[in-house]
Design a protein around this ligand. Sequence first.
Ligand SMILES: O=C(O)[C@H](O)[C@@H](O)[C@H](O)[C@H](O)COP(=O)(O)O
Length: 256
Amino acid sequence: MTTDRRVLVHPDKDSLAGAVAARFITKIIDILDENDEAHVVLSGGSVNTAVLAAIRNSPAQNNVDWKRISFWWGDERFVEAGSSDRNDGQAREALLDHIPLDEAKVHAFASSDEIPDIDEAAASYAAELEAAAPDGQRYPRFDIMFLGVGPDGHIASLFPGLSGITETEKTVIPVLNSPKPPPLRLSLTLPVIRSADRIWLVMAGSDKASPLGLALAGASIEEVPAAGAEGRKRTVFFVDQDAAAEVPENLIAPSY
Ligand SMILES: O=C(O)[C@H](O)[C@@H](O)[C@H](O)[C@H](O)COP(=O)(O)O
């Protein structure tokens, strides 16, 4: 494990969501002070959705120039538009529908009714990433990428035991046999995830203790995909007390 991975522990899921929201607002304001624009990657899952709701409910979010932020997703369930399964719908409901953003900068994956062929849907998102990339690059430089982690250690839709986690050529892959329903998904690949400046993994609950402990202990990415989530500048595991049960004491940074 490298030295720029940190674990910040909060007492419970609510305080965790509030703390990550506050930190996001502060950090994104700093990033927008120094740059014309920012790219943020959102995640599905209950914990990250709670973070988005906490951002929405924070008065400090009025100080964010939302129109300069591009929003992306790490993965998506390949279902029809409007399905409550879709990560983008959950993020819109929790935050995006309530802030003054630039709709042209909201980059949701295609739904199965927009592009019925899943390979084409993956290629379409890859093209969208490339269109927003600096010259000669295949994807933007992501400032902050949020990730959730499943009890099995999956991140985005890269699951243990499936070949997607070792994909190094494609930037976006179709997933045809997700062990967690729904089976059809679209996902960024690990090289794209690892290109982010900051990866923020947000985890709550005792079922996350084992994947977190294994990821920090250097498990293989094939067994615990979360072990491969390392950002260019910083990787932070924001966790609650229950998820922290198997984290070695010396890796826990003071949370303030
Ligand atoms: O696509 C999915 O099935 C979920 O979005 C999943 O990947 C989720 O992000 C993690 O399982 C963490 O979920 P929680 O935040 O609810 O623990």
